[in-house]
Design a protein around this ligand. Structure first.
Ligand code: UD1
Length: 449
């Protein structure tokens, strides 16, 4: 296992390119299961989740090749395999994206339930509700979802849940409906840009989906889908993470390959905090002209502030004078990073689905533990802003979803290194603080005379 050693206190400066979106790439790769002929994808990021899905698709009979020019080709060679095994699915929850395409194209899907997750309860009941509405017979057996349907049938589906819409649920049901017999309407569909990117690529494959980017989708089923050549949208969460890192270190950073129209809520919030964000064509420049201000942040489904930026925003707000409140309405328990930020000296208290923090005091480096993908990014940002050195353990979470993050941060001037997790890797500066207090006199019980 690797860890990061980050030396804080350097303002990030320079220019880097944002990679293609992980959350768009995954369901689009899965959709290749439904295509006749090769799918060619550009700007698929090189990261652990993409490798995990590539391995899973390979077991499902898809030939996945990374070309020398960086493009990925996927071509389904056999319609036989239908089982997504636990060993592969447990590594990445988004493996569930194969469920809809497998069922629609092969008539049967046997996909392991992914199990527990560090950011809270993550049921897939809405995925199953949508697929059942399309006519699938679904049962759970030995930890696997077994779904069957000779051919799905178009219908009206409401996909809203207790925490709003579902992103991968919408991807699954929308993808499955493209090959259904007749018209499907989905109400309370997720509007995230990643769902739109999947919808656009499906339409380019021959699907007929209308209403992308709105909560109401109309899908006219077609007989077949063809392979497609498609460029994945820029990763808005990586862009937001780098913008927040620039702000937290009072730096000046230009990011290339950014879709500003996907970042409205993030940019609004950063401006409220006192960050200057200036779009320059397909690039954006970020810097901090004055003191950072406290703010209240609420993570909501798109176009609200993404839950995937909540941890990073919290780290930034530790640097802003005053009281901030950060609420997560998508994953109300997504606060594993909070006690780690407290280890760095942040003053934060959790109240239900909110965290109340008093910012503006310097953080001081410490050893902390990453608990999930975005929490890791939040801790890296806190480490960059802190005084001294911070060690972030379990960064395999970060490797799941950020392409060469430490290389990009280093290119911006950060002092960050990846080393094997080993007691010798802990810097001298993080040794146990010296205890200068006089030794404690043991308390001895003396019975009363
Ligand atoms: C996707 C993203 C993830 C992001 C999340 C929310 C991918 C690969 N992952 O995850 O990075 O944090 O959207 O923007 O795209 N829910 C149900 N029943 C369901 C499905 C979801 O109650 O069947 C709940 C979840 O517990 C959660 C909320 O709905 O509270 C949103 O979850 P969802 O949008 O499904 O997240 P994912 O698609 O898993």
């Amino acid at each position: 296992m690797d860890l990061f050693v980050v030396k804080g206190g350097t303002s990030l400066r320079g220019r880097v390119r944002v990679s293609g979106s992980k959350n768009a790439a995954l369901p689009i790769m899965a959709a290749a299961l439904m295509a006749d002929g090769p799918t060619i994808l550009h700007d698929v990021p090189e990261l652990a989740d993409v490798s995990s899905l590539s391995s899973l698709l390979t077991t499902l009979g898809v030939a996945v090749v990374r070309r020398t020019d960086g493009a990925m080709t996927l071509e389904s060679a056999s319609d036989e395999p239908c089982v997504a095994h636990y060993d592969l699915v447990r590594k990445m929850r988004a493996s569930v994206c194969v469920l809809g395409p497998l069922l629609a194209r092969r008539g049967r899907a046997c996909v392991s339930l992914p199990g527990g997750c560090n950011i809270g309860d993550r049921p897939i009941d809405l995925h199953l509700k949508g697929l059942r509405a399309l006519g699938a017979e679904i049962r759970i057996e030995r930890g696997y979802v077994i779904a069957e349907a000779a051919r799905l049938t178009g219908t009206s589906i409401y996909l809203g849940g207790p925490f709003g819409s579902t992103v991968t649920g919408t991807c699954n049901v929308m993808a499955a409906a493209t090959l259904a017999n007749g018209v499907t309407t989905i109400e309370a569909a997720a509007c995230e840009p990643e769902v739109v990117d999947l919808g656009n690529s499906l339409n380019a494959m021959g699907a007929r989906i209308e209403g992308l980017g709105t909560p109401f989708l109309r899908i006219e089923g077609v007989e077949r889908l063809a392979g497609v050549e498609h460029t994945i949208i820029p990763d808005r969460i990586e862009a937001a993470t780098l913008m927040i890192a620039a702000a937290a270190t009072r730096g000046r950073v230009t990011l290339d390959n950014v879709r500003m129209d996907h970042l409205t809520s993030v940019v609004e919030k950063l401006r409220e905090i006192g960050v200057r964000v200036q779009p320059r064509g397909a690039a954006v420049e970020v810097h901090v002209p004055a003191q950072l201000q406290s703010a209240d942040c609420v993570a909501l489904p798109y176009p609200g502030l993404p839950t995937d930026t909540q941890a990073q925003m919290m780290s930034l707000l530790t640097q802003a004078q005053g009281i901030s409140i950060v609420t997560d309405k998508v994953f109300p328990d997504r606060f594993m990073h909070l006690p780690e930020l407290v280890r760095l000296g942040a003053r934060i208290r959790r109240e239900g689905s909110s965290a109340i923090l008093s910012g503006g005091r310097p953080l001081s480096g410490a050893c902390v533990m990453a608990s999930d993908l975005r929490a890791s990014a939040g801790l890296v940002i806190a480490g960059l802003a802190a005084e001294g050195e911070t060690v972030i353990r379990r960064i395999y979470h970060l490797d799941r979803g950020y392409e060469r993050l430490e290389a990009k941060l280093a290119a911006l001037g950060a002092t960050i290194r990846r080393v094997k997790d080993d007691p010798a890797a802990i810097p001298e500066s993080l040794a146990v603080p010296e205890d200068n207090a006089p030794p404690l006199v043991p308390w001895v019980h003396r019975p009363a005379a």
